[in-house]
Design a protein around this ligand. Structure first.
Ligand SMILES: *[C@@H]1O[C@H](CO)[C@@H](O)[C@H](O)[C@H]1NC(C)=O
Ligand SMILES: *[C@@H]1O[C@H](CO)[C@@H](O)[C@H](O)[C@H]1NC(C)=O
Ligand SMILES: *[C@@H]1O[C@H](CO)[C@@H](O)[C@H](O)[C@H]1NC(C)=O
Ligand SMILES: CC(=O)N[C@H]1CO[C@H](CO)[C@@H](O)[C@@H]1O
Ligand SMILES: [Ca+2]
Ligand SMILES: [Ca+2]
Ligand SMILES: [Ca+2]
Length: 694
């Protein structure tokens, strides 16, 4: 059957009896089936088919004015590309709106293809033969499978990960203790796509000029920028309120969220009232969900030692008073999380397509709005500070130099040193198709210490370059810790002092510890006695005279730090060495994360005998643990099944102990796995290799 013949028949489709959107089949082709099968959701530049059932015995007339209209938004217009008019053609064109039709008995198969740059959103498809007939509604999304679409991503494995995967891993912690948070993005969960579209409709851009906003929705750069503003609630009806106060009483603690859908649904059900509370990884995870839902490939990225440069000079100027209170606005977060979206950048020179960083955490105003990006990751690496959007801000996050000063009470300021390598480490994202961390620091900067890294930094207009570090003459101070720092235990940390001068030095040392949150915010001091006096009286803690090397010990007692420590279990150590004569200051610091409690195992391994696993664990919390259970398990140790031992309630700081009996069946090297769970502390795990003798 030729198209021409069909044309003559279709003229009187006024006689349509029923329209079938064949959603299931087409949603599969369009990688949107996970959304729903009862509604047509299609991607740009890929044909879809609907079936028109004509009234039997309908009489057709000849004619040639059959047109289709696809339109989106409240004020569709051809100029703004929110309205497309097209007629039937012989073949589908993949670079513009087009349609073909096939006829059989009383049904017409109508195949429609959208322009690969059409605005995304909810569309009405209309048959216009003088009189307009609505054929149905469909949702149009970005299409990473389509070469003409700016979000085209060539690798199927990457599309699986960055568009279709509804789960992910988010990295937190500190570089040498990276922790993993599993997250459910859930972009295809029921109702989520509509909420994502609703976010676009609540943006100030849409509210002030809906026609323009809908037209701009053809551009992923624009949509990404709108999302970076709308995921946070500052300045608009955005989704999440940020809160770093450590008091979340009238909302949800940011660490409690594990998925994006509950946040998006709460926002939508609550009349677009901002959800309380988020912190950087929550903002990023929600942005990732919305990006993937709309079809923009997206991944969550963590930067360690992330600088927050308040005055845009690419230098972290840190002014401290004698109590190590940072009295400047610049700060360095232990980690910061944002997203990257994949797209071309026709607005920039070639070579800056690919991953674009954008940051939904409200930190700074860009063009008056709390948003950030998209900025080509390569522009950051090359120090192209003038590129859109917000290169200086993100550049500083990953590669600012640090200069530190101390300001004494009498107003004098001393430079204490600094670093060109402290900011921007171990930039991490989940690997494609694997539950592993991929280090993408090299995408953001040349290796620290390399010539290129310095060249880029200078290109980025920086005048505060520091001399390269290295062993220098003078006094030195360093902090040393033991590997053994468990929550609930008391332990020592050390400040090691070194005198590389030729004269006897009389020095004073301040050494103290303070609880800290992942974002670098300082909490309570960890209650050292001499520290308590510090503020009122003297900064002199110890005197250290005329020695080549020396060591100052600081005892961290659980009774004290448990009151100060936050949910991040981090403690910042700071040691200050002051030359009594010259008043030169030297400073050392370190952030530690406390380990989970340790399970202690005692027992004498002998085959065929009853072996007792003598287990103990100290409740590190200042409150009782309820429903405490130890579980042990091991091949040829526990008869093929776990042995559980309930312990009940354990008071604050008390030891939980249990003697669990088991009988090893065979000699040899065995692994015994031990797990502790309770209402407040779960997944405390350990194992022990046992040698079972004959
Ligand atoms: C953070 O949460 C606390 C307690 O819920 C609240 O009092 C405070 O106003 C919140 N801060 C912001 C910026 O919303
Ligand atoms: C360190 O201090 C001592 C004085 O006790 C002095 O004699 C010495 O030269 C200094 N320098 C070194 C490198 O030991
Ligand atoms: C445990 O013992 C059984 C025989 O009792 C043996 O078949 C099995 O391989 C052993 N498993 C291990 C891990 O040693
Ligand atoms: C891309 C496309 O149009 N796919 C399918 C949509 O559904 C119809 C009807 O089943 C199929 O014929 C198309 O191949
Ligand atoms: Ca906002
Ligand atoms: Ca600065
Ligand atoms: Ca650097």
């Amino acid at each position: 059957m030729t198209a021409c013949f069909f044309l003559s028949l279709l003229f009187t489709v006024v006689e349509i009896e029923r329209i079938d959107l064949v959603c299931e089949v087409n949603n599969t082709d369009h990688h949107t089936l996970q959304n729903s099968a009862d509604r047509l959701i299609v991607r740009r530049g890929l044909p879809f088919t609907i079936t028109l059932h004509l009234r039997p015995g309908t009489h057709f007339q000849n004619g040639d004015n059959i047109n289709f209209i696809a339109q989106t938004g409240p004020i569709p217009s051809v100029e703004a590309q929110t309205k497309a008019k097209f007629s039937l053609s012989r073949f589908i064109s993949r670079s513009s709106w087009s349609a073909t039709a096939e006829m059989s008995d009383s049904t017409v198969s109508l195949t429609v293809c959208s322009h690969p740059n059409a605005p995304i959103g909810v569309y009405k498809l209309i048959l216009d033969q003088g009189e307009a007939i609505g054929l149905g509604e469909f949702v149009l999304l970005f299409n990473p499978w389509c070469k003409q679409d700016p979000v085209y991503l060539a690798s199927e494995a990457e599309r699986e990960e960055y568009v279709l995967s509804q789960d992910g891993l988010i990295y937190r912690g500190i570089p040498n203790r990276i922790t993993v948070l599993p997250w459910t993005f859930g972009q295809f969960e029921p109702g989520i796509l509509d909420i994502c579209l609703q976010i676009l409709d609540e943006s100030p851009n849409y509210i002030s000029d809906a026609a323009l906003d809908c037209s701009e929705r053809r551009n992923p750069v624009y949509v990404t920028r709108v999302l970076s503003a709308m995921i946070n609630s500052l300045g608009d009806k955005g989704v999440l309120v940020g809160n770093w106060s450590d008091d979340y009483e009238d909302g949800v603690k940011p660490t409690v969220w594990k998925d994006s859908c509950s946040i998006l649904r709460q926002w939508s059900n609550d009349g677009c009232r901002a959800v309380r509370y988020g912190q950087c990884w929550v903002f990023a995870a929600v942005a990732c969900t919305v990006s993937r839902a709309l079809g923009i490939p997206c991944r969550v990225v963590t930067n360690y030692g992330s600088a927050r440069d308040s005055n845009g000079d690419l230098v972290m100027e840190r002014f401290y008073n004698e109590f190590d209170e940072n009295i400047a606005d610049d700060s360095i977060w232990n980690f910061h999380v944002w997203v990257e979206n994949w797209m071309t950048r026709p607005d920039l020179s070639l070579g800056y397509e690919g991953w674009q960083a954008s940051d939904p955490t409200p930190q700074h105003r860009s063009e008056g709005v709390f948003c950030c990006g998209p900025v080509p990751v390569r522009a950051i690496k090359e120090g192209e500070l003038t590129f859109k959007y917000d290169v200086p801000f993100v550049y500083a996050e990953v590669n600012a130099d640090v200069v530190e000063y101390i300001k004494l009470r009498d107003g004098r300021v001393f430079k204490m040193g600094g670093s060109t390598t402290e900011v921007g480490k171990s930039i991490s994202t989940k690997a494609v198709g694997r539950d592993e961390r991929e280090d993408i620091t090299h995408n953001y900067k040349y290796p620290e210490g390399s010539e290129e890294e310095r060249r880029v930094y200078e290109k980025a207009n920086h005048h505060n370059k520091l001399a390269q570090a290295g062993e220098e003459p003078g006094l030195h101070i360093k902090i040393k810790v033991t590997p053994d720092m468990q929550i609930g235990s008391d332990f020592d940390v050390y400040a090691e002092l070194k005198n590389n001068t030729m004269v006897t030095k009389s020095c004073r040392v301040m050494f103290y510890a303070q609880a800290v949150s992942y974002n670098g915010k300082l909490g309570e001091t960890c209650g050292l006695e001499h520290l308590k006096n510090l503020k009122n009286v003297l900064p002199l803690l110890r005197t250290f005279c005329g020695m080549e090397r020396g060591r100052v010990t600081l005892r961290l007692e659980y009774a004290e730090y448990s009151k100060a420590i936050t949910q991040d279990r981090m403690i910042k150590l700071l040691a200050l060495l002051i030359d009594a004569e010259t008043r030169d200051f030297y400073r050392a610091k370190k952030t530690i994360i406390l380990d989970d409690p340790e399970i202690i195992i005692l027992g004498v391994p002998k085959v065929g005998q009853n072996l007792v696993a003598d287990l103990a664990l100290q409740n590190p919390l200042p409150e009782p643990l309820e429903n405490c259970v130890f579980t042990i398990h091991g091949a040829n140790l526990t008869d093929g099944k776990p042995i559980t031992h309930e312990v009940g309630t354990v008071g604050p700081k008390e030891f939980v102990t249990a003697k669990v009996q088991f009988t090893p069946k065979l000699p040899g090297q065995r692994k015994i796995l031990i797990d502790f769970a309770s209402d407040k502390l779960h997944n405390v795990e350990t194992y022990e290799n046992l040698v079972i003798y004959e």
